[in-house]
Design a binder for this molecule. Structure first.
Ligand code: GTP
Ligand code: MG
Length: 424
């Protein structure tokens, strides 16, 4: 079976911009959802006083979401075009649910920023989400100027929104000339899968065309092998079987592998997925693999397996870009919360706050501040308290994005932009 390349796509933007409506409409026009289902949702929306939310209800399935007419938690939907296999992650726009938006965005390869053409200025979460997408490493962006029906499909209104968003993209580091700007109405169905007759002035793409023009994310099979370990079992007759998800590279039987940071080596005997032996494992595969030459005590959750020729990196120190989501007081040098990166959970000390940056624009606000607090974005230096395997997010995205947790909540999120490897 020839598999289509997979892309994770997140919808972002201010509350009520029409993100869920766009996803619902797209799935409907693409044939994933029947006319009857939309009819039923329309009746339900009208019944609870939320007329016009029928397409949004495709994604907003929680009772509270429907009653309040907004998205609270991210919802995932899969669909296929002739070019890609998409997982669409529909994020909430409301400022109370930015944390859920971050969870969705940290999994995404590309984002659709939905902006209402009826806005007369850039809305707060339009700014915040754009910056978060950038900080969390989402490289590809599509801008959908929505609700064109509500501005009489006027080109001048589209141009005004486009101008404002172009300035925003520049300020956070996206290249606007590489970003398609679409004129759409998600609710009425203009320029979603078919060119609209209501905007003869528009020469741009439909949403479907723009999705099909996205780039396949760099092939992670071409990178050296990295398998963060989730668990290790001893199986009678088989020996030591580490379990984990292949994030990059390819694993094959007879391969010589090394587990870092413990530096123990072995040889792969066999690989299993869903209780069946497989000839090789590729990125995305959740596997158990039987390794000759190691004992169960040699490997732990949070370690990373790589090819002996390209061992995973153990960081002495790393530099990261973070956003503080939620902290009751302040983060200052010396603070040592737990960093959750791939399967590792390691207490790490923030040794330096290099600079504070504007979360809305990315511009430097202050060099070497004494502390940062909720809502701030910053570049920090970090030292793990015990040996920890991480990588630069630009080289191995899944091993370079992290969340910082403390007191039972997510305090911050970010990605590793540089690191100093530990000397052997
Ligand atoms: P959150 O998830 O809560 O951030 O909102 P959202 O961006 O998902 O917006 P949603 O899809 O829930 O739509 C909000 C409201 O905008 C609903 O009343 C929709 O009917 C309306 N809406 C969405 N798209 C359009 C459009 O193209 N034109 C018009 N006129 N209204 C729209
Ligand atoms: Mg929504």
């Amino acid at each position: 079976m020839a598999e289509l390349p997979h892309l994770n796509l997140v919808t972002i933007g201010h509350v009520d911009a029409g993100k869920s409506t766009l996803v619902g409409r797209l799935l409907y026009e693409h044939g994933e959802i029947s006319e009857q289902v939309i009819k039923n949702l329309k009746a339900e929306a009208e019944k609870i006083g939320k007329a016009t939310f029928e397409f949004a209800f495709v994604m907003d399935q929680l009772k509270e979401e429907r009653e309040r007419g907004l998205t609270i938690d991210v919802a995932h939907k899969k669909f296929k075009t002739d070019k890609f296999y998409f997982t669409i992650i529909d994020a909430p726009g409301h400022r109370d649910f930015v944390k859920n938006m971050i969870t969705g965005t940290s999994q995404a390869d590309a984002a659709v920023l939905v902006v209402a053409a009826t806005d007369t200025e850039v809305q707060p979460q339009t700014k915040e989400h754009t910056f978060l997408a950038r900080t969390l490493g989402v490289k590809q962006l599509i801008v959908a100027i929505n609700k064109m029906d509500a501005v009489s499909y006027q080109e001048a209104k589209f141009d005004e929104s486009k101008k404002r968003i172009t300035a925003l993209l520049k300020s956070v580091g996206y290249k606007p000339e590489e970003v398609p700007f679409l004129a759409i109405s998600a609710y009425k169905g203009d320029n979603i899968t078919k060119k609209s007759a209501n905007m003869p002035w528009y020469t741009g793409l439909t949403v479907m065309e723009a999705l099909n023009k996205l780039q396949i994310p760099p092939k992670l099979t071409d990178k050296p092998l990295r398998i963060p370990i989730q668990d290790v079992y001893t199986i009678t007759g088989a020996g030591t079987v580490p379990v984990g998800r292949v994030e990059t590279g390819i694993l094959k039987p007879n391969q010589k592998v090394i587990f870092m940071p413990m530096k123990v080596s072995g040889e792969v005997k066999s690989i299993e997925m869903h209780h069946e032996q497989i000839p090789q494992a590729v990125p995305g595969d959740n596997i158990g693999f039987n390794v000759r030459g190691i004992s169960r005590q040699d490997v732990r959750r949070g370690d990373v397996c790589g090819d002996s020729a390209h061992p995973p990196t153990v960081a002495e120190e790393f530099t990261a870009q973070i956003i503080v989501l939620n902290h009751p007081s302040v983060l200052a040098p010396g603070y040592t919360p737990v960093f959750h990166c791939h399967t590792a959970q390691v207490a790490c000390t923030i040794t330096e706050i290099v600079k504070k940056i504007n979360p809305a624009t990315g511009a430097v606000v202050q060099e070497k501040p004494d502390f940062i607090k909720t809502g701030d974005a910053a570049i920090i230096k970090v030292k793990p308290t015990v040996p920890m395997c991480v990588e630069k997010a630009s080289e191995y995205p899944p091993l370079g994005r992290f969340a910082i947790r403390d007191m039972g909540q997510t305090v911050a999120a970010g990605m590793i932009i540089d690191l100093v490897p530990k000397k052997a």
